[in-house]
Design a binder for this molecule. Structure first.
Ligand code: ATP
Ligand code: TYD
Length: 236
């Protein structure tokens, strides 16, 4: 059966499934940065990201965070609940890096305590501008109660992931997550959590273990993703 492609994004493709409330997400080998200005294909990258995402979603689900994951269906393929996505990029930051140090006088590498939550509007044509609660409410992207829930969930995700990475000797610098509403109206974590959407530093050397290796040509991207995936997945 040829599956119907519903949407092809920059790194994943979304297909209709045999169930009306479920989708198939295919993690492709495409990698992009700088709003799509830099692009490449790295064979195997999609599978690493899918396996890491699935493992982290399982751990989060077990810790009480509702996610879209239903099953892993072969290499790079995930069956998920079909969510009505909320067009927000919810970014949690534990250590100052990236756009935070470009745009504000934070010292790169300094600890943010408590962690910062930054919410961007997911709109590539506008280059994902930063929002505040008032703009989210005025655009009717979410209600105040939903915003409060998103932030509480984001902090819970951060606690769980910080635990996972501390045990691996990796610093979770920051990460981006997306949420949506399921068929019953419940807010769930969607999309992915992978080396493309997290900033990870080696705890000893502070070397980048994520998409920054690609963004800033810091080394071999695929072998970095493979090493991190092995550390996260252990003996799987
Ligand atoms: P970006 O890279 O800025 O996140 P994109 O659209 O290019 O944008 P992809 O990851 O390639 O990103 O595409 C995946 C798309 O699928 C995203 O638009 C994401 O919001 C959407 N999505 C993720 N999970 C679900 C889900 N459970 N139900 C419906 N849509 C989803
Ligand atoms: P940020 O520092 O805001 O952007 P950049 O990496 O472009 O300097 O990114 C913070 C974290 O969120 C980082 O781990 C990458 C992730 N992220 C995404 O995955 N997608 C996005 O569109 C954005 C803006 C960030």
């Amino acid at each position: 059966m040829t599956e119907e492609l519903l949407y092809a994004g920059k790194a994943k493709s979304i297909y209709r499934s045999d169930s009306p409330d479920e989708l198939i997400v295919v993690f492709r080998d495409d990698i992009t940065a700088f709003d799509g200005g830099k692009k490449d294909v790295l064979a195997g990258k999609g599978e690493y990201n899918a396996r890491v995402s699935a493992r982290l979603f399982e751990l989060l689900e077990a810790a009480g965070v509702p996610t879209h994951l239903l099953a892993v269906e072969g290499p790079g393929r995930m069956r998920v609940r079909w969510l009505t996505m909320i067009p927000l990029e919810v970014i949690v930051r534990n250590i100052a890096a990236g756009s935070l140090v470009r745009n504000y006088p934070f010292e790169e590498g300094s600890r943010l305590d408590p962690p910062l939550i930054v919410i961007d509007y997911k709109d590539d044509t506008r280059h994902d501008p930063m929002l505040n609660d008032e703009i989210v409410l005025a655009l009717r992207l979410a209600t105040q109660a939903e915003l409060d829930e998103l932030k509480a969930l984001a902090l819970r995700v951060n606690e769980v992931l910080n635990g996972v990475f501390a045990d691996l000797g990796i610093l979770l610098v920051d990460f981006k997550i997306e949420f949506g509403r399921d068929a019953g109206g419940r807010i769930r974590l969607g999309d992915e959590i992978s080396m493309d959407s997290m900033r990870l530093w080696d705890g000893e050397t502070r070397e980048s273990l994520d998409k920054d290796v690609y963004r800033f040509a810091k080394g071999d991207v695929l072998s970095t993703y493979a090493r991190v995936a092995d550390r996260i997945l252990g003996d799987e």
